[in-house]
Design a protein around this ligand. Structure first.
Ligand SMILES: *Cc1c(COP(=O)(O)O)cnc(C)c1O
Length: 374
């Protein structure tokens, strides 16, 4: 007999509902025999730019590439510094490192999980060229305050919106709140391809053009190369799937908000710290629903034993990863990022999770107590 369990995420309910449309998209691309730089990508770029309330969108191969190509197009390179939140996914920092510049970690606010605007200025040096504001977990960063600082110090402001498709800040969509924004269409994101993909949105035509050229071998027209560019394009198959899925993004985000609302209202356990609720100013799309608990590992094991799968976003902060040993940042150097890594746990969150399964997660989390596992 199959043991019943509740996964952390499940794409099947989402894809089963739109399977005929995905099949049509697949056949359309196959019949066209155009697989790179064709109609589908062009159409998707227009549709996604409109969705994000921006003028331009450039499809690229991944979210990591989207951040990297923005930085590269802005001329950021060796000797420069770029501010990034200390608790983001490693891709934000890697994109900076790829340009030759140095990522400088700014601690987040523990309640919003986003960059602490009061700690940005102390990290600015004469080498600082840009700030990357990450809308982590699907909650927009405090963009007005960050804008003010960027303007005062003449820094570029970039959004890492890889977890925030459809989120909005004071009524404006993520992706439209900075010089340029990076999106990922990794399958697990709120808008996911059936493989890898990414995009840049911007209101700056010159920047969009340069990013497109940089992602196409630095070529402005065929076999004519003005930059030492990369190969980073959103392929036709993924663009066709994304065009189908974009039409359902609002519905799926609404569902995420509903699940979050239930968790927020019904989880009542003094050992569990809940995230901030959705608000009109900060319209949160709950890419992940992250709780904190001092006994996080015990909670994780207890939930797993009872058939509920969770994930830690993220268990090791970037500055303590071997990949960044060169920075020589030891344990204790970024205490808020470390506290977050030591205590966070993400609960099941996906379109199509049944009411019964939400009930079960809530009941189990409410039933957790300290001696649970001993
Ligand atoms: C997923 C993610 C990325 C990277 O996107 P990929 O498409 O996997 O390269 C960058 N930043 C954040 C915050 C992410 O969550």
């Amino acid at each position: 007999m199959d043991k019943k369990f509740i996964p952390f995420a499940d794409f099947k309910p989402m894809h089963d509902e739109i399977r005929p449309e995905l099949n049509m998209a697949y056949h359309r691309v196959l019949d066209n025999s155009s697989f790179i730089q064709g109609e589908e990508c062009q159409q998707f770029e227009q549709e996604f730019a409109a969705y994000c309330q921006t003028k331009y969108c450039v499809g690229v191969a991944s979210g990591l590439d989207a951040i990297y190509l923005i930085l590269k197009a802005l001329g950021i390179s060796t000797g420069d510094e770029v501010l990034v939140p200390s608790n983001t996914f490693i891709a934000t920092a890697l994109a900076v490192s790829y340009t030759g510049a140095q990522p400088v970690f700014v601690e987040p606010e523990i309640e919003t999980y986003n960059i602490d605007v009061n700690r940005i200025e102390e990290n600015i040096s004469p080498k600082t060229k840009a700030i990357i504001a990450v809308h982590l977990q699907g909650r927009p960063a405090n963009m007005d305050a960050i804008h003010k600082i960027a303007k005062k110090y003449k820094l570029y402001l970039i959004e890492d919106a890889a977890q925030a498709h459809g989120a909005s800040y004071k009524g404006k969509k993520a992706g439209s709140l900075s010089d340029a924004a990076a999106f990922s269409f990794y399958p697990g994101k709120n808008l996911g391809a059936l493989g890898d993909g990414g995009a840049v949105t911007t209101g700056d035509k010159g920047l969009a053009d340069k990013i497109r050229i940089l992602g196409n071998y630095g070529s402005d027209y065929k076999y004519h190369h003005i930059y030492q560019g990369a190969n980073s394009r959103l392929d036709e198959m993924q663009a066709a799937f994304l065009r189908v899925k974009l039409r359902y993004l609002n519905k799926w985000n609404q569902e995420r908000k509903k699940i979050a609302k239930r968790y927020l209202q019904e989880i009542k356990n003094p050992l569990i710290h809940l995230p901030l609720p959705d608000s009109e100013e900060y319209s949160h799309v709950y890419h992940v629903f992250v709780i904190r608990c001092k006994w996080r590992d015990e909670l994780e094991a207890y939930l797993k034993k009872n058939g509920v799968y969770t994930v830690k976003h993220y268990p090791i902060p970037i500055h303590l990863q071997s990949a960044y040993a060169n920075l020589q940042l030891t344990n204790g150097s970024l205490p808020i990022a470390e506290e977050i890594s030591n205590t966070v746990l993400s609960l099941p969150m996906y379109y199509g999770i049944s009411k019964d399964n939400i009930d079960t997660v809530i009941r189990l989390v409410n039933g957790f107590h300290i001696n649970q596992c001993s």
